[in-house]
Design a protein around this ligand. Structure first.
Ligand code: SAH
Ligand code: AVI
Length: 305
């Protein structure tokens, strides 16, 4: 973490990876975001899953579900219930960096679905991570919530390629993506009136204070989120409200000019063609494209080429 933070804070545009949002408090704040009126993503994806998963899972005969960035597994329950409805539910493997949340989730699911094996994996999916071998066939690899958008395209392709390498002919990849649309609608989702997204953004500084004994003053940084149209993405920044120095043991003093920012997240928005390209770069073929009726969000199914 120290190395990553040192490297991220020494580039002209300071940048930290969004995985540092998700300590226990950050995961709670994200859950709060999913319930905000402005944040249409989660409820839209949930509606697509509810109407479609029983049919898809029955058709595929899915016996194991491997989920990247599972978080609270709220929406995973829809897929698991569909697997149970089809009589094929054998194994659920949630993968996440957020330790406390992952273990809580696993314990809850074991209670809810007796007979289902739940084998959580704590891993950074941006790095090399092991996908268990011998998964009951066929597997569905799911990456929901639009989290793929939080990775720069080369990293997204690396991640998908790694999963693709473990996929067998009958396995499928289920990807949730937030779609390109009216910019105002997207920007409002990242600038909610209750300030929950701002608190989520600033929480990263509290994580650095806690983990690295840094002395960031979160109130000295302002939340900023805007759409960057060239790359079709939201960028979230923390902007220093005045000139200041922050001490990070092991790194030293990090200076901020007034108005200088740390980019804390990108959230890339997609369309059918961009997902087909992403899949194709990772050795997957876009088999099914399922947007909601307003084309806010879409689920895509990929099969190994
Ligand atoms: N899938 C859930 C949660 C999305 S929030 C949903 O759709 O609502 C993003 C999740 O991805 C968080 O739980 C976070 O801890 C996890 N995450 C983010 N970056 C990660 C990384 N590099 N490796 C593993 N998990 C990561
Ligand atoms: C997890 N991820 C898909 C969210 C997003 O919309 O990019 C994280 C988030 N950032 C701000 N609000 C929500």
């Amino acid at each position: 973490m120290l190395e990553e933070v040192a490297a991220g804070l020494s580039t002209p545009q300071k940048e930290l990876p969004p995985k540092y949002f998700y300590d226990h408090r950050g995961s709670e704040l994200f859950e709060e975001i999913t319930r905000l009126p402005e944040y249409y993503q989660t409820r839209t994806e949930r509606a697509i899953l509810e109407s479609w998963m029983p049919e898809l899972v029955a058709e595929l005969g899915t016996r194991s579900l491997v989920e990247l960035g599972a978080g609270s597994a709220e929406k995973s329950r829809i897929i698991i219930s569909a697997m149970r409805g089809a009589g094929t539910a054998a194994l659920y493997v949630p993968i996440d960096v957020s330790v406390t949340f992952l273990n809580q989730t696993a314990a809850g699911l074991r209670r809810e679905y007796p007979g289902l094996t739940v084998d959580p994996i704590i891993a950074d999916i941006a790095e090399h991570f092991d996908i268990p071998s011998g998964l009951p066939l066929p597997s569905l690899f799911a990456f929901l919530g639009g989290t793929i958008g939080n990775f720069y395209p080369p990293a997204a392709i690396r991640l998908l390629s790694r999963v693709r390498a473990a996929m067998r002919t009958t396995d499928r990849f289920l990807l949730g993506v937030d779609l390109r649309k009216d910019v105002g609608r997207i920007e409002r989702a990242y600038n909610d009136t209750q300030g929950v997204t701002a608190a989520f953004n600033r929480n990263m500084l509290l994580v650095l204070n806690h983990e690295l004994k840094a002395n960031f003053e979160p109130d000295a940084f302002q939340h900023r989120a805007f759409y960057e149209a060239v790359n079709h993405r939201i960028e979230m920044h923390l902007v220093s409200t005045y000139e200041q120095e922050v001490r990070i043991p092991g790194i030293g003093l990090v200076g901020f000019r007034q108005g200088e920012s740390i980019r804390t997240e990108i959230s890339c928005k997609h369309d059918r063609a961009s997902v087909a390209d992403l899949f194709s770069s990772a050795g997957l073929h876009l088999e099914i494209w399922r947007p909601d009726s307003e084309s806010l969000f879409a689920l895509a199914v990929g099969r190994p080429v």
